[in-house]
Design a protein. Structure first.
Length: 292
């Protein structure tokens, strides 16, 4: 079966995210390795890295991935922003490698000039540069399928296939599918037929072996809206059934299903480990669907 988990805060140190995951009964985990709204983060402290690795080993939580900064745009044509984005992306890979993570989930990028195809080539070139800078690292680049807002690319399976193709099928490149993004971008997984056709298309164009992570989010907006608005599991335009289908789909056994749903207004204090009632609710819904 799929391994259910969540994105957890690293307030107080990266190892605290593991403790928060344990408190919520997570089997898999996603984190930011630094402030996602800033270009640079302070270096990871060796003691925290060791504590994080030790806690992951003790708890058996796996896999663990990080999510790259939202500021990174690997598709930009602006030279300064491109240089800054690639440097920040390499730093994300370094941090994930230090922590022993499976990989870094990254939004492919937003086209700032030219065609979508131009943007896809720029993304592949940026990833190629990152791999060249860190040639012997096992850390994966996990491209997140997007909702398709504005000029963002990556909302069609063909886009993901093109990036991978430009990279000559590099084994270090995987894919993350977000349930909210799927329906927002026009893949209607709410019906049995739509679900079957969606994953048949993904398998044909990208390959099911590339799928490494699911983000489990319901959608506030309907199919084809191309608007990325997460909703609590079962309370949006997806409803519960698509999640049940994924959780019982043997093709996805062992993959992580990670919620990124809204947190409560409770502020996480650096030294405290508290459960978030919204996370408790959404994780419980997924566990119920997995067991039904």
């Amino acid at each position: 079966m799929l391994r259910i988990g969540a994105h957890m805060s690293i307030a107080g140190g990266v190892s605290k995210a593991v403790d928060r995951a344990v408190a919520h009964g997570c089997e898999a985990l996603q984190i930011f390795t630094k402030n996602a709204s800033r270009w640079r983060g302070k270096p990871l402290e060796p003691a925290e890295v060791n504590a994080f690795r030790r806690r992951i080993e003790e708890t058996g939580i796996r896999p663990v991935v990080s999510h790259a900064s939202y500021l990174i745009n690997l598709a930009t044509t602006f030279p300064a922003l491109r240089e800054q984005s690639i440097a920040a992306f390499v730093d994300e890979l370094d941090r994930a490698d230090a922590l022993g993570l499976l990989g870094v989930v990254v939004h492919p990028g937003t086209c700032t000039a030219g065609s979508d195809e131009d943007a896809l080539r720029l993304i592949a070139d940026a990833i190629r540069q990152a791999f060249k800078a860190r040639p012997r690292r096992p850390t994966m680049v996990i491209l997140e399928h997007t909702a398709g807002q504005g000029r963002t690319v990556g909302h069609r399976f063909e886009h993901l296939a093109a990036i991978i193709g430009h990279l000559r099928g590099a084994a270090r490149v995987g894919v993350c599918l977000d349930t909210c993004h799927l329906i927002a971008s026009g893949y209607d997984i709410t019906t049995e037929r739509g679900y079957r056709e969606t994953f048949a298309a993904f398998g044909r164009l990208v390959g099911l072996d590339r799928l490494k992570v699911f983000h489990a989010n319901d959608s506030k907006k309907p199919c084809g809206s191309r608007v990325d608005r997460h909703e609590h599991i079962g309370r949006g335009c997806l409803g519960e059934e698509p999640f049940r289908r994924i959780l019982h789909d043997r093709r996805f056994a062992g993959l992580p299903m990670l919620i990124e749903t809204e947190k409560s207004e409770r502020t996480t204090k650096p030294g405290t480990i508290e459960t978030d009632p919204y996370d408790v609710q959404n994780l419980a819904t997924l566990r119920r669907l997995r067991g039904s």
